[in-house]
Design a protein around this ligand. Sequence first.
Ligand code: KIV
Length: 271
Amino acid sequence: MAVDDKPRALTILDLLEMKQRGQKITCLTAYDASFGRLLDQAGIDAVLVGDSLGMVVKGEESTLSVSMDEMVYHTRCVAKATQRAWLIADLPFLSYSSSDQAALNAGRLMREGNSRMVKLEGGRRCAGIVKHLTEQGIPVCAHLGLTPQSIHQLGGFRVQGKDRDSADRMLEDARILEAAGAGLLVLECIPRELASEISRNLKIPTIGIGAGNSCDGQVLVLQDLLGIGLHPTPKFAKNFLCGESGIDAAVKSYIKAVQAGEFPGLEHGFE
Ligand code: KIV
C-alpha cells in the first residue's frame, strides 16, 4: 500500500516480472465502473475492456458492431474505478486499418478513456501498426488464434492452429509481433501444446483464453465467469459463481485458481 492508502498501480514491467518469476497473471473483462472496482479490489492484475461488450452488453451476435465511441465510453467508466489493475482496451473492428488511423484511435482510448494499453487482433499484417504505436509510447497487446473480429473469415468461433502449418505460422506471427514491440499477447482458442510452445518462445507474457494453463496468465469474459452470458458458455469457461456466496467470492476464487495453476483444467482446453 502507498502512504495515501491507494494501492500501487501495476505497470507493464510488473507483468513482465511476473512472467519471469513464473507467477500467473490474472485478467478479466469489465465494461463499467462497478465491476471495474470489484475486480480491482478483489486483486485482479489486469482488466480488459474488451469489444466482447458487443456480445455481452449490446446483445449482438459478434463484436463487429462495436464503435470507437462505445469503446472510449466503456473504457472511461472502468478506468474511473480501477486503481491497481493494468487497464487494457480493445481497438474495435476496422479502427486500425492504417498506422495513422490506429494512432488516432489508440490515442482516444488512452487520452479520453484513460486506458494504459490497447489491444488489437491479427498476426504479421499488424506488425507495422504495432511498431508505429509502440514507437509513440503506446503499449500494445496483440491477439492471435481465434480473433473474433475476423469471425466471418474464420468461418465461425473455431479452434485455430490445429495443423502444423498453421501452428508454425502462429508461432512465427507471435515472434514478429514481439519484435515489433507488443508488450502482451492474448492467445484465444488454440491447442494447449501450441500455446505452451508460444509462451516458452516469447519474453513477453501470454494471456490465454481457451489455450491451456501453460500461458503466463489467463483472461475470461466476466459474464462467462458468472454464468450470465447471453450465449452458451464456451467450453473453455467456468462458472465460478456456482457454490460461492457472491460475485466478489467468485472473482477471488477465479484469481486463486489461476494463480495456483488449477484453472483452466484439461477439460477447458483443446488438443
Ligand atoms: O473482447 C474480449 O473480451 C477479448 C477477450 C475474450 C480476450 O478479446
